[in-house]
Design a protein around this ligand. Structure first.
Ligand SMILES: [Zn+2]
Length: 262
């Protein structure tokens, strides 16, 4: 993993070689810290624990943007801070723990399964991550998966988007949902409505500035429009075969929906 780089006051982002995954560390003046989407590999989680310890920080909370295997990992070295997620994310993960564990074992074996996806639902109305540092607002939607919760840090102007708004991945819809397109559009609308975004951090990909945030919103809306039209099309982000496969599947699912409703 590349080392953490500060993108705004108190907000550091590390980008991993594996899956171009990002980890976002939010640091308070008193040394308390919050980790969002910790890391994917055993080595990167260990490095994260070392970074936190070496910097003299106290990890107060973790947060998973959504209940997919690559966002809910942990290591003993990170300690026993609560690991929050939206209530919907917690429920979905528990209902899919077996499948998620299989995916983890196929993609990234070697993790401590005792710690895999041990999530706690956000308290209260579920709109804030409870910690003592800067406000961390949660924006919930079902676009990529039910219970997806992006995080906006208003004082830093940073939107941690989870698996949305990537420069290297097409929009990946929840194809088993009743209305994946509607859910994804709603998700994009909720992110577009966040005021004062200076930086966007995608779950996989590269940090973008305010103009890049708007560009990605447009690119993803355009992708959904083309998907809705139902004709084959290309997107410059589809470089890997798995993305081409996901794209083909999404075209199939959307076409099938149209046939069903017509
Ligand atoms: Zn992911």
């Amino acid at each position: 993993m590349q080392r953490f780089l500060q993108i705004a006051p108190g907000v550091m982002v590390a980008t991993a070689y594996r899956l171009t995954s990002t980890s976002t560390l939010v640091i308070a003046d008193d040394g308390a810290c919050l980790i969002i989407d910790p890391a994917v590999t055993v080595a990167d989680l260990a490095a994260l624990a070392c970074d936190i310890r070496d910097a003299g920080l106290q990890l107060q909370a973790g947060y998973a943007t959504h209940p997919h295997w690559d966002h809910v990992l942990w290591s003993r070295g990170l300690g026993d801070a609560p690991r929050y997620a939206t209530a919907g994310a917690v429920d979905l993960f528990e209902s899919m723990r077996t499948e998620m564990t299989d995916m983890l074992q196929q993609s990234e074996p070697g993790h401590d399964l005792e710690l895999f996806g041990r999530l706690t639902a956000l308290p209260g109305d579920g709109r804030q991550i409870p910690w003592t540092g800067q406000s961390a607002e949660v924006i919930v939607h079902d676009g990529h998966t039910p219970g997806h919760g992006a995080v906006f840090l208003p004082s830093a102007g940073v939107l941690v988007a989870g698996d949305m708004l990537s420069d290297i991945e097409i929009p990946l819809l929840d194809t088993v949902a009743d209305e994946p397109l509607r859910d994804y559009r709603t998700g994009l609308q909720r992110l577009a409505a966040v005021p004062g975004v200076q930086w966007v951090v995608p779950g996989h990909g590269h940090v973008g500035d305010a103009a890049e945030f708007r560009r990605r919103l447009d690119a993803d809306s355009r992708y959904l429009d083309l998907l809705t039209a139902g004709e084959p099309f290309e997107d410059p982000r589809m470089t890997a075969q798995w993305q081409r496969d996901s794209h083909a599947e999404q075209l199939r699912v959307v076409a099938g929906q149209d046939a069903g409703s017509g």
